[in-house]
Structures are given as structure tokens and as C-alpha cells.
Design a protein around this ligand. Structure first.
Ligand code: CTP
Length: 413
């Protein structure tokens, strides 16, 4: 076999480093093309194969195409200077698993690291992209759907498979995405992972709970999905992310510092502490507006009726308004009527760069239809989409604002 320079590896200085993980799917042969294309584009590539993958395509093929030894054994016989899974995990700028079987997705979602590839995925801090390929019935299995959703919440990325003819016969969704789609996702991930690299992003999420007595509290239906999606997306773009969250069942996205709070008062305290050290604040939390004026020391006993006296909680955005300076602050508005007018009023009174108007149906839902109102007077209505996609749209806006507000480059003449 004869390889061109691009394929053989005349490596440009500072070439980005990619691990291509291959698992045991009939689509494994397509990863040869992926490795070839990545090398042509100047990336350094190391292939990590699961034992099952080596039944579908030989390590020799991938070693030849990548120009580097293929790793597949957790305890290789040849002596290596470092612990293999850690050195690989630290070497990579990005890890792509193509094809990714239900097995590898399930293992990572469950935290099982019983062979080299799963261990490297769990040990790396680089972005990880899965390109699933499998039988259509397996792909639509609710266990897999839940595993993918769990991994997405942690910040793992996916390139969806295509609908098409499957190796097992029949037509369905499960064919590995075209190589050019996977390459585009890799490019996007590598480029976007540096957009906010020097920025500190503070996100608030979820509801607050305001105690009435030792066993009861006032709260709302927010689950934190929007705020967690924002934190995950900001992290994906390279920001240093702090997430102040009210009670939520969601896992904290990987690499994001989670600061857990319960009440509006606690959230206010944490925001005031972290805001001065942040460049961006995204205030997605559904902060309770009222709390019981007095918290009963013991459980309030059953009685004919109960009159509760409530008092206002701190308005966190108003509290930090005097500290804003040229920091970027985005708020959220939840309205049941006169949405645009109310959102516009909040945008002004709270001194925000933009406000995201949601409908009350957004609370707890996976999808959302939002309208973003900017301090520049522009209004953008996004179509109904997943909260992760909404988060992408919002972070695009943040990146745009960072660029316009950022320090001007000094002229060197
Ligand atoms: N917010 C806040 N502190 C509060 C209440 C809300 O910082 N005590 C923030 C929310 O996180 C959101 C924005 O203010 O980013 C708007 O919240 P929303 O509940 O829509 O409006 P309110 O200001 O509470 O006004 P109202 O309840 O009258 O609609």
C-alpha cells in the first residue's frame, strides 16, 4: 500500500490530536475512511479499539492509516512508559467513538470502565463525540435513549445515525452517520471548544425552596434543565463554568463546578460571591418571589384554616445590577400573559444584555420555544427545539457579545 504524505503523517506543528475509538459494529470498516480523512486534514490520530472491534477490522489497517500504534489492550505486553489509559486521555484534544455500539454508550453512562476505550473515555477531559451505529430496534430501545440523554446531560456529544438500509436487513434508523457529517461535527466541536476559553461563566438553575416549617416548603415546577443545558454548552465552548443550582435531580455536567443551594436567600448569597469573579451571568433559575415571613420551628399542626404571611425574597438580578460594568448578564422571563411587554420591562429594569422569554409550558419540559430580546432592541423568535439547542442559540449570542464587548486588539505599529 502506498500512502501520501498527508496520510503517512508529515505532521504540521501543533496539529490537533484526535483519538478515534472503534467498537464492535459492522460499520467499523467505515472508521478506516474517517481516520484517513482526519490524517489528510492534518490531525494526529491515535486509534483505540475494543476487543470486539478487532473482529471487524484489523488493527494493522488502522495502524497503517493513522501512522501510529493502535491501542486495544488494557495491559499491553510491550512495556510502555506511562499508564496507557491516562496518557491517552491526556494526549487527546478530542475523542470520537465511531461507530459507537449500545454497549459502549451503556457502559460509559453507567460508569463502567472494564476495557481500554471505556477507561480512556472516562479519564479524558477532552470533548467526547459518539457516532452510534446499530440495529434500528436497538437504537430505539428506551434504555439506550435514556443512556444517551444521561450522557448528553453530562456534556457528551452525539452525531445521530441515519435512516437507511441496515447490515442486519431492513431499513431503519441506525446507520452510522456519513463520514463527512462526523468530520463536520469534529470540526465544530474543536472550534467551539475554544470560543469562551478565557471566560468565567456563572449559571443559575432550577427552583428555590422556601421553608414553611421543618417539613414543608414553597417552590415551583422548575427542574433545572435549561440552566444545566446552558452550563454544559458553556463548558463545551471552553468556559470555566460555575453552576449555582437549586434542588435538582440532574447530574452536573462534566467539568462544571456545582454550588448547591436551596433558598432564594442562599442563591443570592452565592451569586453575589461569584459574580464579581465572572465575565458572564446567565440567570436561568426560577427564584421564588415570596417566602414565609416566619418559619415555624416545629411542624404546623392540622387546623381549620391557615393564613400564611409571605414576604418578598431578594431580587438577585437587581442586587447585582450595580456591579454589572461590562459583564454580560442574561435573564429569563416566564410569563402567562403579555409576554413580550413584560419581558421588555424586565430587560430594562434589571439592566440586562438580553432576556429569554419562555412560556410556562417550558417548566420541566425537554423542549422549549423561546423569544430572545436584546438590549439593542432586536427580538429573535426561535422555533420549538430541545433545551440543549436553545442553550446553543443563547451561547451563540453570548459569544457574539463577548466579541463586541471584548478588549480591542492593540495596534502594533
Ligand atoms: N430573578 C431574580 N431574583 C428573584 C426572582 C427572579 O434574580 N427573586 C430573575 C430570574 O432568575 C430571571 C429574571 O429575574 O432571570 C426574571 O424572573 P421572573 O420570575 O420572570 O420575573 P420576576 O422578576 O420574578 O417578576 P414577576 O414574578 O413579577 O414576573
Amino acid at each position: 500500500m502506498c500512502l501520501s504524505d498527508g496520510e503517512r503523517g508529515v505532521e504540521p506543528l501543533n496539529a490537533r490530536k484526535i483519538i478515534v475509538g472503534i467498537t464492535g459494529s459492522i460499520a467499523a470498516y467505515k472508521s478506516a475512511e474517517l481516520v484517513r480523512k482526519l490524517r489528510q486534514q492534518g490531525y494526529e490520530v491515535t486509534v483505540v479499539m475494543t476487543p470486539a472491534a478487532t473482529e471487524f477490522i484489523t488493527p494493522l489497517t488502522l495502524e497503517t492509516l493513522s501512522g501510529r500504534p493502535v491501542a486495544s489492550e488494557f495491559f499491553p505486553t510491550a512495556r510502555r512508559p506511562q499508564v496507557l489509559h491516562i496518557s491517552l486521555a491526556q494526549w487527546a484534544d478530542l475523542l470520537v467513538v465511531a461507530p459507537a455500539t449500545a454497549n459502549i454508550i451503556g457502559k460509559v453512562a453507567a460508569g463502567i470502565a472494564d476495557e481500554l476505550l471505556a477507561t480512556v473515555i472516562m479519564a479524558t477531559e477532552a470533548p467526547v463525540l459518539f457516532a452510534p451505529a446499530m440495529n434500528a430496534a436497538m437504537y430505539s430501545n428506551p434504555i439506550l435513549t435514556a443512556n444517551i440523554s444521561r450522557l448528553r446531560q453530562y456534556g457528551y456529544q452525539f452525531v445521530e445515525p441515519e435512516v437507511g438500509e441496515l447490515a442486519c436487513g431492513g431499513i431503519g434508523k441506525g446507520r452510522l452517520a456519513p463520514i463527512k457529517t462526523i468530520l463536520a461535527a469534529i470540526e465544530e466541536l474543536l472550534n467551539s471548544s475554544s470560543e469562551l476559553s478565557s471566560k468565567k461563566v456563572l449559571v443559575t438553575a432550577g427552583r428555590t425552596e422556601e421553608d414553611l416549617d421543618p417539613v414543608r416548603f414553597l417552590t415551583n415546577r422548575s427542574t433545572g434543565k435549561m440552566g444545566y443545558a446552558l452550563a454544559s454548552e458553556a463548558k463545551r465552548r471552553g468556559a470555566d463554568v460555575n453552576l449555582i443550582s437549586g434542588p435538582s435531580r440532574l447530574p452536573s455536567p462534566l467539568g462544571v463546578r456545582l454550588i448547591s443551594v436551596r433558598s432564594a436567600e442562599q442563591m443570592s448569597r452565592e451569586v453575589k460571591q461569584w459574580f464579581p469573579r465572572s465575565d458572564v451571568l446567565l440567570m436561568a433559575a426560577a427564584v421564588a418571589d415570596f417566602r414565609p415571613r416566619d418559619k415555624a420551628a416545629s411542624k404546623i399542626k392540622k387546623q381549620e384554616g391557615l393564613l400564611l404571611e409571605l414576604e418578598k425574597t431578594p431580587d438577585i438580578l437587581l442586587e447585582i445590577k450595580p456591579l454589572k460594568g461590562d459583564k454580560i448578564v442574561g435573564g429569563f422571563a416566564l410569563e402567562t400573559e403579555d409576554g413580550l411587554a413584560n419581558a421588555r420591562r424586565k430587560l430594562k429594569s434589571k439592566g440586562l444584555d438580553f432576556i429569554v422569554l419562555n412560556a410556562p409550558t417550558a417548566l420541566g419540559a425537554d423542549a422549549n420555544q423561546v423569544t430572545v430580546l436584546g438590549a439593542d432592541g432586536k427580538t429573535e423568535r426561535l422555533s420549538q427545539m430541545s433545551k440543549l439547542e436553545v442553550a446553543r442559540g443563547i451561547l451563540d449570542r453570548v459569544v457574539g457579545l463577548v466579541r463586541t464587548k471584548g478588549p480591542k486588539e492593540e495596534k502594533t505599529s
